[in-house]
Design a protein around this ligand. Structure first.
Ligand code: 13P
Length: 276
């Protein structure tokens, strides 16, 4: 069923496990994520970045996810990942998104707070939860992350009214050279607020750090790069072994199986299996 992300993430925060937030840009990845969540009896968040929205078309992508979510046996939330403008937040709410992230982390703190507050008000008017980002999550090899300043946490949470807080504690989007998490920093952040914290850039972060972070308030873990890599690796392997296969449905079914296996493994690591 299609639900908002609020209850599942707050439940995870209280139970010291995390909900997997997996990025999709097409039918195949969406089906594989939901199949994995059903196999593991896990609530799940399906996330669409601005790039995925541009690739697939917003109505098409949202339509696929809403349809698959509605049919699903497990709770599924449809999430906007790194919404950079209020106009995009508005579009998503009109299309029936059940979870929003507004990312004002490219602005200074004051502007981040003002814009995030507006996004929160828009989302809450539709009873949809909203995540904000404090600090900056960079992209491996392109722009470095800027760690979250724990002294900014209380003010940001109070002024914006965010439901979940994305923190920058050592990870990057993509595969960085060293994505060990700053657990001491996370402890400080977690001592400032009781709201669920979000780990972005989880591809490339050591499993033991992810587990440690989940004990310290991380209740939503975002994965994108490793899903896309699993897709491409699965496609290459299958075509190398079966060069005569001509039916895309046969090929993509094998790729979906690989993605499903990967997502099931992450769900078990996050401890969100057997929660439905
Ligand atoms: P990765 O691409 O490193 O998995 O990060 C995904 C993410 O944080 C999406 O918001």
């Amino acid at each position: 069923m299609l639900v908002t992300s609020k209850e599942m993430v707050y439940h995870a925060r209280a139970g010291k496990y995390a909900i997997g937030c997996f990025n999709t840009s097409d039918l195949e990845i969406t089906k594989a994520i939901i199949a994995a969540a059903e196999a593991q009896k896990a609530p799940v968040i399906i996330s669409t970045s601005p790039k995925a929205i541009e690739y697939a078309g917003h109505e098409v992508l949202a339509g696929i996810i809403k349809e698959e979510a509605t049919k699903s046996k497990v709770p599924v939330a449809l999430h906007l990942d790194h919404g950079l403008t209020l106009a995009l937040v508005e579009d998503c709410l009109k299309l029936g998104y059940t979870s929003i992230m507004f990312d004002g982390s490219g602005s200074d703190l004051e502007h981040n707070e003002i814009l995030t507050r507006q996004a929160v008000e828009m989302a809450h008017a539709k009873k949809v939860p909203c995540e904000g980002e404090l600090g900056f999550l960079g992209k491996a090899g392109q722009n470095p992350s800027k760690l979250t300043n724990p002294d900014d946490v209380i003010g940001f949470v109070q002024k914006t009214g965010v439901d979940f807080l994305a923190v920058s504690i050592g990870s990057e989007h993509g595969h960085g050279e060293n994505e060990a998490l700053d657990i001491k920093l996370l402890k400080k952040i977690n001592s400032q607020t009781g709201i669920p914290l979000v780990l972005h850039g989880a591809s490339g972060v050591p499993d033991k750090d992810i587990k440690e972070a989940i004990k310290l308030g991380i209740a939503k873990v975002n994965i994108d790069t490793d899903i896309r890599h699993t897709f491409v690796r699965g496609l290459r392997d299958f075509l190398d072994k079966n060069p005569k296969e001509k039916d895309p449905r046969e090929i993509l079914t094998k790729v979906m199986n690989e993605i499903q296996k990967y997502v099931e493994g992450r769900i078990k690591l996050f401890g969100s299996n057997n929660r439905v």
